[in-house]
Design a protein around this ligand. Structure first.
Ligand SMILES: [Zn+2]
Length: 438
């Protein structure tokens, strides 16, 4: 009964009777049922003997040897032999072509896998497989739910970071005379920074409740295994971890600290330019021309360039040059302190460098530096944890890059649940060729 064409087609339970080529040059395969099970009532399991009628179904399938093919399956509708059975009659079905399905299961799965595992967008997969967008979206969801782990494996170092979803929306408030935000949507992601799991999950909203909600849903044993949590300087995350993972070491890495210090330098530069010239900086201002050099680390510049930077600042009018130099020095003090990370610094060295930074900020009259010092003081335990452990949240930042790429490829998502699932499949480390059970 099994002929070569049937073997080539590989649809279990269906026999290829003959292949014709239609006027358009497309092979048309006539199929018959080759499976005894198809004759049994799906409700009661009894083998039917009486045919009600013949029908023809044309399920769509994957190309064969790169050529699209049309399937034409002539099958029977049977009367169920059990008088009491609620299914009076039924049509034949096989695993690859369930009743009423207009696609073979393997086509559906391939369309879903192209998105889950191949990094394709839904639209592109729909085009490639010549099916509709909703069909691929459903296939994607089914495939993703099947291959993604239901629960994350234990994690020693957890990273938490936020990423904006879409754009914020503003409206002009007539009464207040200002712009107000009407929509600003965020996702908070949980990352495995020590193992190979990548992104574990995302939750909607940038609130303590959102973060504690996800963590509290994990088992006690899972939570107990988290040793450290890397976050950015966000009090929402800090509060959440204090509540749900009180034993974990909180770490804030140098990335956000450096950014904060650079921002302070830039703010000082802008303010003094504005107050001295009564306008914003422009190309004729030396301090404006050196704006990018000011936020570079001196340790990464040659000595010649650092000297020239200091000379240029000193040559400026004192009311412009002195504050900028003070801010730059404070920033460099902080960088020196952060550079001790991963070098097993002794306590005294760290203390001395921190003290130098605080003194520099305190003796300056610059509100920007006072604010910077206050922030560093608030977060000092977490920054100190970075100096001693060297843990960074770079894994979360890398994940965010992928999240944004996926969102751009899709031209944004309407449905946040779909977005989280897409993001999850794209960012798990088992991605690319590993999420396909077949
Ligand atoms: Zn039955």
């Amino acid at each position: 009964m099994v002929n070569d064409t049937t073997r080539l087609l590989g649809l279990d339970g269906l026999v290829a009777e003959r292949v014709e080529v239609d006027a358009g040059g497309v092979p048309v395969v006539d199929l018959s049922t080759g499976c005894e099970q198809a004759r049994c009532c799906p409700k009661c399991g009894q083998r039917a003997v009486r045919v009600k009628q013949w029908t023809t179904t044309r399920p769509r399938d994957l190309p064969v040897a790169g050529r699209p093919v049309r399937l034409r399956w002539r099958k029977r509708r049977w009367y169920c032999p059990t008088p009491a059975c609620p299914r009076k009659s039924f049509t034949e079905q096989v695993a690859q072509v369930p009743a009423r399905s207009r696609l073979t299961m393997r086509l559906r799965q391939a369309a879903g896998a192209a998105v889950v595992d191949g990094g394709r967008t839904i639209v592109q997969s729909a085009r490639d497989h010549d099916v509709s967008w909703p069909v691929v979206a459903d296939a994607f969801t089914a495939h993703a739910n099947r291959v993604l782990p239901a629960e994350p494996q234990p994690v020693a170092v957890l990273g938490i970071d936020e990423v904006r979803r879409g754009k914020p929306h503003w409206i002009w408030d007539e009464q207040a005379g200002s712009w107000t935000v009407t929509a600003d949507r965020w996702h908070v992601g949980f990352c495995d920074l020590s193992g190979g799991q990548g992104l574990l999950a995302q939750v909607e909203g940038r609130t303590t409740a959102a973060v504690t909600g996800w963590l509290a849903a994990r088992s006690l044993a899972w939570r107990a295994q988290v040793e450290a949590v890397a976050i950015d300087m966000c009090s929402v995350f800090k509060a959440a971890i204090r509540q749900v993972l009180p034993h974990a070491l909180l770490v804030v890495d140098h990335f956000h600290v450096v950014r904060l210090a650079n921002r302070a330098v830039t703010e000082v530069r802008r303010r003094v330019t504005l107050s001295q010239h009564g306008r914003r900086g422009r190309g004729s201002d030396p301090e404006w021309r050196m704006r990018n050099r000011l936020t570079r680390s001196a340790a990464r510049m040659s000595g010649k360039h650092v000297d020239r930077l200091a000379d240029t600042l000193q040559a400026l009018p004192a009311k412009i040059g002195a504050p900028i130099l003070a801010a730059w020095n404070a920033k460099e003090d902080l960088l020196d302190l952060l550079a001790t990370a991963r070098t097993r610094p002794d306590r005294e060295l760290v203390h001395r460098l921190l003290h130098r930074f605080y003194t520099r900020c305190a003796t300056s009259e610059l509100p920007e530096l006072h604010r910077l010092a206050t922030t560093i003081e608030t977060w000092w335990p977490q920054i100190h944890a970075f100096l001693t452990t060297g843990i960074t949240n770079a894994g979360s930042e890398g994940t965010n890059r992928v999240i944004k790429t996926v969102a751009r490829d899709a031209y944004g998502f309407r449905n946040p649940e779909n977005q989280r699932l897409r993001t999850h499949t794209a960012t798990t480390r088992r991605h690319r060729g590993h999420l396909n059970p077949a």
